[in-house]
Design a protein. Structure first.
Lengths: 346, 274
């Protein structure tokens, strides 16, 4: 890589000082609205507020990073308006936009009232590792009350590595404003011994997911029970193919052992070539087969058949999967010196 | 493919195709998205170090030329103290920067600094909602004071709808806040303007406590610890909330007080609007 101390303005998404991108200049990158289009929208609505634009045009409703840029554009428009540079009229949203916004609201309300919200997450209990389910039901702080009511109801289903249903717990309730951490013993007291697999969490009648995205906590004791370590990780992508490769940037860290956790949340099996490229250019390929609703937990050096001493490391190695069908993959590193773990959040 | 669709899917598919037929088409492989940078931080001291690595295949499957630009920021949000630009990379290439090299090149004795990675391709535009080619930071320490593996935080682009009203919020479930475990929150301000941040802890029984505001300079970061929180009134597990007057990205972790070791550090999420 080249290195220098050059000065570069950095106020928008596309600024790069090297070889450039196309000349497009988006204000709202999520909805691909350019500066000129945004200017037209502000003109068309006679300087409507950011909140009105968000509701009717969806700008700023996804990642929200363009909020201040749009507010600045509206403010400039209104200042010009006040100076008489732009014609007078009240805020007006075209009928088609208003119908579109109402239709989106109705569609969302119907979907949320008739479908379960489903999340899936890997879980494991063996030796000194034990995962637990972590949930927080916090109202959006500016709401008078929780949009999901006084409590939310959910159920949890446990599947093993082969995708067989081991147990189901229904009728679980989490009150408004409360957080809970549920171990496998709390959820499924009849399931004993080592377990590796996946939990599916189904919420009933959620108006908004809000803070209710389920997490698992990867608890470990590394031989000293009083000094327990814990790592959070959460469910993965929505039910669409991934536009990149499931991958791990630097699996083989000095004095650390890398493990891979996989859960297949779909009702069809997943199969893919998995490639490992080492820094010296060597590429090793293996196949991963995960049954429907099944899971895997493997140590990567053994998985790729690498015969290397324990002190060997290659931080510039890269692992990637070919099949882009929906899958959930996490990576975890175990410190060889004291057994502590570092778990990738997603 | 059509034979695998249900009747309702078939109708939806046909309607979409009919609508699409009347819309102007972009050339294959071109979207209206532009590549956007992502935010993270670097730690380097006598005990801790950071490996920053980038591989274009993280959110792209398009064979093309890729580049990345790493920017390390100090006090001036308009002027990085260090910029590193990559050579051309292929889709399955990977490059790594070590914090020890950054320390040496910047002339700073240690690092706890905001940084950005602007990764892009001049040949292809992003596809889907992920307009960010994310880098990953692997933090290591010899004394256990800073261990984590974090993806960079999105500034622009999001896979799910975020809910924002007067303030921006992020949340994190089930943190441990006890006499033996302290919560740490590291917040990044990816914008040039300064930002105010409040941190709220919500006990398992719903009682809450808030601290702030903390002012974070543009392209800066702040580390907050729960040392002065009223631990006796908060029941673990604790929900953690950050409130800010502009969009920020926060990471939440725990420190094991007797040993001083970091037991976890992960990123928070916004409230999802849908």
């Amino acid at each position: 890589m080249n290195s220098d101390r050059s000065v570069g303005k950095d106020c928008n998404a596309c600024s790069v000082s090297g070889e450039g991108q196309p000349s497009r200049r988006n204000v709202c990158n999520c909805y691909q609205i350019t500066y000129e289009q945004m200017q037209r929208i502000v003109d068309e609505t006679n300087g409507a507020s950011f909140e009105t634009l968000r509701e009717n045009y969806q700008v700023g409703s996804r990642c929200t990073s363009c909020e201040y840029e749009i507010k600045d554009m509206v403010r400039v428009w209104q200042e010009e308006h006040a100076r008489g540079m732009v014609g007078m009229a009240g805020v007006q949203i075209p009928l088609g936009r208003r119908i579109g916004a109402s239709w989106r609201g109705i569609k969302t309300a119907i979907r949320h009232h008739f479908t379960l919200r489903r999340f899936a997450i890997f879980m494991i209990r063996r030796n000194d590792i034990s995962t637990s389910l972590a949930l927080s039901n916090l109202a959006f702080p500016e709401d008078r009350s929780n949009v999901n009511g006084k409590q939310v109801e959910f159920m949890v289903t446990l599947f093993d590595v082969d995708g067989r249903k081991l147990a189901r717990r229904t009728g679980l309730v989490l009150r408004d404003g409360c957080s809970v951490e549920l171990s496998l013993e709390d959820l499924f007291p009849d399931v004993r011994g080592d377990v590796t697999g996946m939990m599916i969490i189904d919420y009933r009648l959620l108006r908004q997911v809000g803070s209710l995205r389920p997490y698992c906590v990867f608890n470990f004791s590394h031989g000293v029970p009083a000094r327990r370590g814990r790592w959070h990780y959460h469910d993965k992508y929505a039910a669409h193919d991934y536009n990149g490769h499931y991958h791990c940037n630097h699996p083989f860290q000095p004095k650390q052992e890398c493990w891979m956790a996989i859960s297949n949340p779909l009702a069809s099996s997943y199969s893919s070539a998995v490639h490992l490229r080492l820094a010296d250019g060597t590429t090793i390929s293996r196949t991963v087969d995960v049954p429907p609703l099944g899971s895997m937990w493997v140590e990567l050096r053994s998985f790729f058949g690498l015969q290397r001493p324990s002190e060997w490391s290659d931080p510039n190695a890269l692992i990637w999967f070919e099949n882009k069908k929906r899958l959930m993959v996490w990576f975890a590193w175990k410190q060889l010196s004291d057994g502590r773990w570092i778990v990738q959040h997603h | 493919m059509l034979s695998t669709l249900s009747p309702s899917q078939l109708i939806r598919h046909s309607v979409r195709r009919a609508i699409a037929a009347f819309q102007p088409r972009r050339p294959r492989g071109v979207s209206g998205l532009e590549w956007a940078p992502s935010a993270n931080f670097v730690v380097h001291n006598e005990h801790a170090s950071t490996s920053i690595s980038f591989a274009p295949c993280t959110t792209s499957r398009q064979p093309a030329r890729y580049f990345w630009e790493f920017r390390l920021y100090g006090r001036n949000p308009l002027e990085p103290i260090l910029v590193r630009r990559s050579d051309v990379m292929e889709l399955h290439g990977q490059q790594t920067i070590e914090s020890a090299d950054l320390c040496r090149e910047s002339g700073l004795p240690q690092l706890f600094h905001y940084c950005e990675v602007m990764a892009y391709s001049p040949d292809v535009t992003p596809r889907g909602v992920s307009s960010v080619l994310v880098s990953y930071h692997h933090f290591r320490s010899t004394d256990g004071s800073f261990d984590a593996h974090l993806p960079a935080a999105y500034i622009w682009g999001a896979a799910r709808f975020t809910r924002t009203e007067q303030f921006h919020y992020e949340n994190f479930p089930a943190a441990q806040c006890t006499a033996d475990s302290r919560i740490v929150v590291i917040t990044l301000n990816p914008f040039v303007r300064p930002v105010n941040v409040w941190i709220r802890l919500v006990g398992a029984d719903g009682r809450s406590w808030e601290d702030g505001p903390v002012r974070i300079a543009g392209k800066g970061l702040h580390r907050w610890e729960s040392g002065h929180a009223p631990l006796d009134t908060l029941v673990s597990p604790v929900g953690v909330l950050t409130r800010s007057d502009s969009k920020t990205a926060s990471f939440v972790g725990s420190i094991d007080v007797p040993s001083g070791r970091m037991t976890n550090l992960e990123h928070m999420h916004p409230f999802f609007a849908a």
